[in-house]
Design a protein around this ligand. Structure first.
Ligand code: C5P
Length: 224
């Protein structure tokens, strides 16, 4: 069976990551969370107090970033490491969520991270989720999925995910954050969030999780 690249793009919080993770597991593929890479860069910028209007500072901070993914030996969960430190929880904080789309607008940041993402996908057999995977990172991906879902439903799901991690955030705050990120991500100059012409749209608003996973797996099987 040939190995393919599966690109899953879409709005914030519509289940891209959890779907991509489950699809990768079923197909025996590698899952890569490109959003975690933008979040890790944002965390480093916050730690360094990087002035994001100063290209020299941006390039200097970028040169200090080494991002990797490792499986947690206890539960198999893939976790993000920044310069050897586990930052999986730190990159999901509201502070990072509120700043990540500003950092992701910067051309130099995208150039650096896209190059890493392309390297990770070189060997195929990859499911990567993000905003520009089907349009910029892997324009030749064999399967492109564009996920959407109603904003209220996305926010309620995100609130539940955070609650399960013991983090309490008001629904209104989540709605504001998701809405703001969608707006910045869709209107930025560099690689805006766009549905690729050949992407298949999947609205997850009223789909059960297992059904949305099955839908993507079935689409993948048609291409394998
Ligand atoms: O996927 P997640 O919601 O964690 O992504 C966080 C942010 O990272 C997005 O809101 C977007 O600003 C940025 N991002 C991006 N391009 C990607 C993945 C994420 O600009 N491929």
């Amino acid at each position: 069976m040939r190995k393919i690249v599966i690109a899953i793009d879409g709005y914030s919080g519509c289940g891209k990551s959890s779907t991509a993770k489950a699809v990768a597991k079923i197909l025996g593929y590698t899952y890569i969370d490109s959003g975690a890479m933008y979040r890790a860069a944002t965390l480093q910028f916050l730690k360094n107090g990087t002035d994001i209007t100063d290209i020299k500072e941006i390039l200097s901070s970028l040169s200090q970033i080494e991002i990797s993914f490792r499986a947690n030996p206890d539960n198999g969960r893939q976790e993000t490491y920044l310069n050897g430190e586990n930052v999986e929880d730190a990159i999901r904080s509201m502070e990072v969520s509120d700043y990540v789309s500003e950092v992701s607008k910067i051309k130099e940041v995208r150039t650096a991270l896209v190059a890493q993402q392309q390297k990770l996908g070189d060997a195929k057999g990859v499911v990567m989720d993000g905003r520009d995977i089907g349009t910029v990172v892997f324009p030749d991906a064999e399967l492109k999925v564009f996920m959407t879902a109603d904003l209220q439903i996305r926010a309620a799901r995100r609130q539940q995910e955070l609650q399960e991690k013991g983090v309490e955030v008001k629904l209104e705050e989540i709605i504001r954050n998701l809405g703001e990120r969608d707006e910045i991500d869709s209107t930025r100059k560099e690689s805006p969030l766009l549905k690729a012409d050949d992407a298949i749209e999947v609205d997850t608003s009223y789909l059960k999780f297992d059904d949305q996973v099955k839908k993507v797996v079935d689409l993948a099987k048609e291409k394998i």
